[in-house]
Design a protein around this ligand. Sequence first.
Ligand code: NAI
Length: 385
Amino acid sequence: MTKLKWGMIGGGEGSQIGPAHRLGAGLDGAFEFCAGALDHRPDAGRAYGQTLGLAADRSYGDWQEMLAGERAREDRVDLVTVATPNATHFEITKAFLEAGFHVLCEKPMTMTVEEGEEIVRIAKSSGRICAVNYGYSGYSLVRHMRAMVARGDLGAIRLVKAEFAHGHHADAADADNPRVRWRYDPAQAGVSAQFADCGIHALHMASFVIGQELKSLSADTVSCIASRELEDDAMVNMRFDGGAVGRLWTSSIAIGRQHGLTLQVFGEKGGLRWAQEQPNQLYWMPLGERLLVIERGEAGLSPEADRTTRVTIGHAEGMPLAFANIYSDLAEAIRAAKDGRPMDPAADLYPRAEDGLRSMAAVFAVAESGKADGQWTDARPPMFR
Ligand code: NAI
C-alpha cells in the first residue's frame, strides 16, 4: 500500500507536543513525513525540518508558504497537523481545509464558539476531514470502555466522573514566569485557562466513552494563586443528553499529581475505572461480583480495542501510541474516501470538528457559570440547540 503524505505546522524543536505527533504519525508506516512549517522563526523551522529528513523545498518558513507550495504540487500532502499555539489554530485550519487538505488540529480547535461553528461548516462544505486531537481517546482501553457502554454491559449510565488535575503550576513564586503567566492572562489565553487547556480533554473523554453529549453545566472556578485572572482550578457539574450526570475536576495546583487524567463510569449494572498514568489496566466491577482487571492486549476484547493494540500483553503502551491510533483512524478515513468505500466502523472514532466546537461551547459556559456563582448554563453550541 502506498504511504499517505503528511505535513505538520508547529511542533518545532523543543516543543511539547511535536515529538508525540511525529511518533504517532510514523508508527504504523501509513504516513510519510513530507512537509512542514515547524517553527514561528522561519530559519529555525526550515533548518529543523531538514534535520528531521524533510527535503529543503518542503521545509517551509511559515504556513502560508507551505500552503502555496503544497497546493502547487501533484504529490501534495494528504493530511496536515496543526500543532501551533491555540490562537493560530482557526486561521491555519480554515485555510488548509478551504484549500482541500484534510486537517488534524490540536485542541482547543478555536478560541471562540463562532470560529468553531465556522470550521464545522467549512469541513462539511469542503468534504474534507477535520479532526481534533483529543489524543487520549485513542487509548485501546478507552475504546474498550466505550464499546462496553455501547453494548450495554453497564446498563444505563448514571454517573461519569472525570478528572484532569495536575500540580505543575502550583508554585506561587513561579507564577510570573512568562512561560506560565500567559496561560492565565485573558489577553493571550481567552476566557478560560485550566478548563480550556485540560478540562476539555476530560470532558471529551467522558462524552466519548458514555456516547452522550453535554447539555448544561454549573461551574465553580477559582484562581488559587491570587495574581491570576483566569482559573487554575474548576469543579464542574454536568448534565448529558442521554440522562447521565457528570462531575469533572480540573486543576493545575494539585501538587503531587503528575498528569492526572482519570475516568470513572457508573451504570446500573457495574462501574469502570481507568487512569491515563496506568493506561494498560481497566478496572471493571460488575454489580454484586468481584473486581476484575482487564488488561490491554488480552483475548476477548472489543474489535475497537483489538484494532488499537500493537504490543504483546504485559508490555506498556503509552501516549504516543494513543496518538498513533488517531493517525491510524485518519489513514483509514482518508483511504476509504480515496477509494469511495465505507470506512471500518472500528476506526471511525477519531474526534471531529463537531467535538472541537462542543468543547468551545463548554469552555464559554464554564467561564460564564463560574462568574455567576455556579448558575446552570446551557453548554451546547447554538448550532446544535
Ligand atoms: P509549544 O510552545 O511547546 O510549541 C509550539 C511550537 O509551535 C513551537 O515549535 C513554535 O515555534 C511553533 N509555532 C508557533 N507559532 C507558529 C506558527 N505561526 N507557525 C509555525 N509554527 C509555529 O506548544 P505545545 O505545548 O507543543 O502546544 C501546541 C499545541 O498543542 C497547543 O494548542 C496545545 O494546546 C496543544 N497540546 C495538546 C496536547 C494533547 O494532549 N492533545 C498536549 C500538549 C499540547
